[in-house]
Design a protein around this ligand. Sequence first.
Ligand code: HDE
Length: 764
Amino acid sequence: VQQTVAAMPHNATKPLEHGFENGTNPPAGEAVEPPSRLVGASTLSEENDSAKVGTAALDGLNATTESLDRVRVDSSGRTLTTNQGVAVSDNQNSLKYGVRGPVLLEDFVLREKITHFDHERIPERIVHARGSGAHGFFECLRPLTDVTMAAPFREAGKRTPVFVRFSTVQGERGSKDTARDVRGFAVKFYTDEGNWDLVGNNMPVFFIQDAMKFPDLVHAVKPEPHHQMPQAASAHDTFWDFVSLMPESTHMLMWVMSDRAIPRSFATMQGFGVHTFRLVNEQGVSVFCKFHWSPAAGTHSLVWDEAVKISGADPDYHRRDLWERIEAGNYPEYELGLQTFTEEQAEQFSFDILDATKIVPEELVPVIPVGRMVLNRNPDNFFAETEQVAFCTAQVIPGIDFSNDPLLAGRIHSYVDTQISRLGGPNFHEIPINAPLVQVHNNQRDGMHRQAIHRGRVNYEPNSLAGGCPFQAGAAQGFVSVPARIRAEEEQGKVRAKPEKFADHYTQARLFYESQTPVEQCHIANAFRFELSKVTVPAIRERMVASLRNASEDLALKVGQGLGMDPLPDPLPPALADPAPPEVTKSPPLSLLARPGDGSIRGRKVALLVAPGVRAAPLLQVQQALLEQGAIGRLVGPRIGPMPTADGAAVDADASLENEPGFLFDALVLPDGAEAVAALAQDGHTAEFVRDQFRHCKTILVLGAARELLALAGLPPSLDKAQAQGGTGLILAGEGEEQAATQAFLQALAKHRHFGREMDPPLV
Ligand code: HDE
């Protein structure tokens, strides 16, 4: 290995980057399927070896990761050096004058190491600080050239590499994953016409209509400035003070109080571009467009009590889940759907498509699937990739353009601006994770951390000394903005004002609430109750309930009762007394339960309890059946390690009741074996485990003698076999019935939750 490295230029791909050799662009964005030996292989680079820097990252799963190979470093088999490449003889002791003497200033090894360490942190993102990323690809289903010339949509089967970052909004970088919050869903497409960033959220609307209000919103929701509380939570006075004074946020509040704000996994939530964008074809004709990502695994969420408990036991719950799914080859997959409509259609809608607090109901404009995105590779280094990735809404490519949404306009400015201070200068586009696959040529020069070494003396245009290069592409090849016109009747000159339809703050909030199933409506009411009961100023609670009355009397009543308000406050006077009648009053796809996805149980985590004396065989059969369907069955015991069994089969618990509590699992299997059941009954964690599984409406399979544990956990004795098998997700199996029961268990698990047994307040 040493020899080969010495024989190679330091960076073998450098000439290509500068257009030398054959002068072509790097290969068009294409991804290759990972060789099967690499599926689920660890990305820990120590396991791999390469001639160049020690490691090849896994043979390029997609072009993005391939292009990053030139900067990947692996130190296996290497000598420790300073940043200047000088070999370090001793990494334990500073340079001293005698063993008990003073440390010398000339110790450049020590000083370099400490100085670098002193500057290891960069500022976290102002919002969306907490996030997790993954590489993957987007695959086009069919050519969309009739509506857009955008590179990723040119031909069926075309693959474009992507990097995706999911995030929470309010909490700091180290905060918990399961906070009630909006989730960021940001996708960077490394297309062969430059980078396109679709920086979306897991909810299709937003709190505010104009970028002017964004700093106020963020100040209000972030920890309060005097005491810096609460972390990763909106349940506090300043947030509710602000939103109760901003009725335009009512629609978004419905989404944030729904279970969408506590997803089960990044792999089970939707994503949305939120704003209305434009698609433009080769002829320059444009249509409006809304972007929708829908998870193949269906939309699944947590319940609130579970989210709260998870945040204590595993604050990295979503990050871990994403990482493990990818390592296991259960790649998260999402369908991209588009809603496209013309300007003329948009003019007829009862709402304004420039208003980011409004959706376009699917009944009005259907969502057409156009491709899929698969996330199939974990980053090698969290900082270099997930932390340094810089998404910018301004980054669009020919074929994609903006609408006049005033919120979007502010974002087009904000993202580039914020990266300049977060990433330390204007050259953040050169950081490998941000660099496009296509070549970059312009006359921008210098600045902090410049990587490119521009050759020659020409850094201006027009020029004759460099033959006019780099030359402008012209309208045929370059990005041309849609020449959108302001209609004559809308011509008003400069104003600070909003279009009238923006003032309808409640119609779509009502649409969302009315479109939910009763269980979801109940969760929304409970979330408002929880959040507002944390508010200490009664007037804020009252103003919020007064506002909710305009959206839904039913919801306002439930919330008001939960807060002890009798009578309810008078409804807040709405900004628009007589809004246009909506086209749609109920939209079933707005319910999370309307999207079961492929019905598979891939990626679900199931706890199989074990203890000494367990009847292991039936339990291991369930574990095997889970594995065959891509779910993970973990053996959880009073302690970890091997234990004796009733039937002699080997059992080795890899988790304990203490270190992996019940709420971390999607389902539970209680084992047979009198001795094991007695041992589990002795441990107070068992009853908690069962209770949480029951309370959170999860599927429970009870084998043989384990039935005793149900009573121990305080589950109602009326849950007899007949009732249990009637859809409550509790399956009881005597000896000999295990096989059939396992099948029933797998089917029940695919339903995710059994809300039929949910009660408010909870029964157990
Ligand atoms: Fe952001 N937003 N935002 N935002 N946003 C940022 O950019 C901003 C908005 C979203 O994983 C910041 O790099 C303004 C809507 C995501 O790195 C910042 C406004 C939507 C991410 C910023 C909005 C988003 C950000 C902070 C109102 C959904 C994380 C750090 C005009 C469509 C991206 C950064 C990642 C991050 C500004 C509103 C999504 C400060 C001014 C609406 C997913 O530039």
